[in-house]
Design a protein around this ligand. Structure first.
Ligand SMILES: O=C(O)C(=O)C[C@]1(C(=O)O)C=C[C@@H](O)C=C1
Length: 364
C-alpha cells in the first residue's frame, strides 16, 4: 500500500469518526430527553425508573440482528453496550455492588452486563452484596450463581433464602484461568498456589499433572490470590485476565481450566421488576412437604405445559432438619398467562413458592 493510499483512508476514517461522534452525541441528547419524560410523567410519590433492562436487551438484540459485518455480532453489541451505559449514566449513574475485590470475574461480569459507565463497589462476600442492595446503598448487585464445571454457588442460593431480592438479569462469562507469577517469583521453586476453592477445583487435573506436590491454598477470591503473590517469591496464583492486569502479574501458563467451555453464570439482583421481552427466564424457590413423590408433583405441571426447565438445584431449607427447597429456572416470564397458570397450580401443592424474578435471557 502506498503512503498516498494510507493517507486517503485515514482522511476517510477521520470523516467517519466525526459522523459517529455527532450521532453518538445525538443519541446521548435523546437519552437526556428520555430522562426528562420519565421524570415528568411520574404519579405522586413515584420515583423515576431510569434503568430498563428489557429495553436494553431489545436494543442489543436489534443491533445483532441488523449487523452485516465485518465486525461480529458480539463485538458490535459490546460497542453498543458501552454507548448505552454512557447514555444511562447521563440519566442516572447506576451504583453496582459486586463480589470483590477488584479484578474478580464477578467484576468482569458486572461490566459485561452494565457497561463501564457505572459506579462500582467491591464487597468482601456474597452476603454483603445482598445486604448492600437491601439497604438501598446501591441500585444493583452482581453475584455468581453457577459454574459449568463446579455447579452451584451455594452462598448465593442461601442468600436468597435470607433476603427479599428481585433477579433482574443474568450474564454468562467464559472463564479462562491462568497460572500467574510476579516479577520476583522464582518459577522453578514454586511451593504454593493460591486461588479461590472453585477455581482450584476447575483446574484440578492440570494441577495434578503439572504441580502435583505443590500446596494448594484456597483464599476468598482469585483477585485476593493475585494480590498475595505480588509480595511472595515462591508462590503463584490462579486467576483471570482482569486480576493479572490489575496486579501486574505475568502468565506462566495460560487457559489451564480442565474444561475448555468452563463458564460461570452471574445474576443481577435488585428491587426492580422487569417487564416481559418475549425472550425471558424466571427463577423461583419452592418448598414442598416432605412426602414421597413431592418432587414429581412439582415437575409435572412444567412437563405438561411444555415449559423448558433450565436448572433445578436443591438446598437445605434452614428451617427444619432434612427439609429442602428447590431453586428452579425456566424459560418464560411470570406474567405470561401460561406461566401464571403453572405457578398457580404449583402453589396449590407447595408449602411455599416465591418468584425471585423474571428477566431477559442473557444477550451478550
Ligand atoms: O429507553 C430508555 O428508557 C432509556 O432510558 C434509553 C436507554 C438507551 O440508551 O437506549 C438508556 C437506559 C435504559 O436502561 C434503556 C435504554
Amino acid at each position: 500500500m502506498s503512503e498516498q493510499e494510507l493517507k486517503a483512508l485515514r482522511v476517510r476514517i477521520d470523516s467517519l469518526d466525526e459522523k459517529i461522534l455527532e450521532l453518538i452525541s445525538d443519541r446521548a441528547r435523546c437519552a437526556q430527553e428520555v430522562a426528562r419524560v420519565k421524570t415528568a410523567t411520574l404519579a405522586e410519590g413515584e420515583t423515576p425508573v431510569f434503568y430498563r433492562p428489557e429495553r436494553e436487551a431489545q436494543v442489543l438484540k436489534r443491533v445483532m440482528q441488523r449487523n452485516q459485518g465485518p465486525l461480529g455480532n458480539e463485538e458490535m453489541a459490546r460497542l453498543f453496550r458501552e454507548i448505552m451505559s454512557s447514555c444511562l449514566a447521563l440519566e442516572q449513574p447506576l451504583k453496582i455492588a459486586y463480589l470483590g475485590p477488584e479484578g474478580t470475574f464477578t467484576q468482569a461480569a458486572a461490566m459485561k452486563h452494565f457497561g463501564h459507565a457505572v459506579i462500582s463497589k467491591p464487597m468482601a462476600a456474597i452476603d454483603e452484596v445482598f445486604r448492600e442492595v437491601a439497604a438501598g446503598a446501591v441500585n444493583f448487585g452482581v453475584v455468581p450463581v453457577e459454574n459449568s464445571t463446579e455447579g452451584a454457588v451455594n452462598h448465593t442460593l442461601d442468600s436468597f433464602l435470607e433476603h427479599d431480592m428481585v433477579i433482574c438479569g443474568e450474564v454468562e462469562l467464559r472463564i479462562h484461568h491462568h497460572l500467574l507469577v510476579g516479577e520476583n517469583t522464582k518459577t522453578d521453586s514454586i511451593s504454593r498456589i493460591y486461588s479461590h476453592a472453585q477455581s482450584l477445583a476447575q483446574c484440578r487435573k492440570w494441577l495434578d499433572a503439572h504441580y502435583p506436590n505443590v500446596e494448594r491454598v484456597a483464599v476468598s477470591s482469585n483477585a485476593e490470590a493475585a494480590k498475595r503473590v505480588k509480595g511472595e517469591w515462591n508462590s503463584a496464583a490462579i486467576a483471570g485476565d482482569m486480576a493479572a492486569g490489575l496486579y501486574g502479574l505475568s502468565r506462566l501458563a495460560e487457559k489451564i481450566e480442565d474444561r475448555p467451555d468452563n463458564s460461570t453464570r452471574f445474576l443481577m439482583i435488585g428491587n426492580q421488576e422487569v417487564p416481559p421481552t418475549g425472550d425471558d427466564k424466571t427463577s423461583i424457590i419452592v418448598s414442598m412437604s416432605n412426602k414421597p413423590g413431592a418432587l414429581h408433583e412439582l415437575l409435572v405441571p412444567f412437563h405438561e405445559n411444555g415449559i423448558d426447565l433450565t436448572r433445578i438445584e436443591t438446598r437445605p431449607s434452614r428451617s427444619g432438619k432434612w427439609t429442602y427447597v428447590f431453586f428452579i429456572d425456566f424459560v418464560g416470564h411470570h406474567r405470561d398467562p401460561l406461566i401464571k397458570a403453572v405457578l398457580e397450580q404449583i402453589s396449590q401443592e407447595a408449602v411455599a413458592l416465591k418468584v425471585l424474578g423474571s428477566y431477559p435471557k442473557a444477550v451478550l
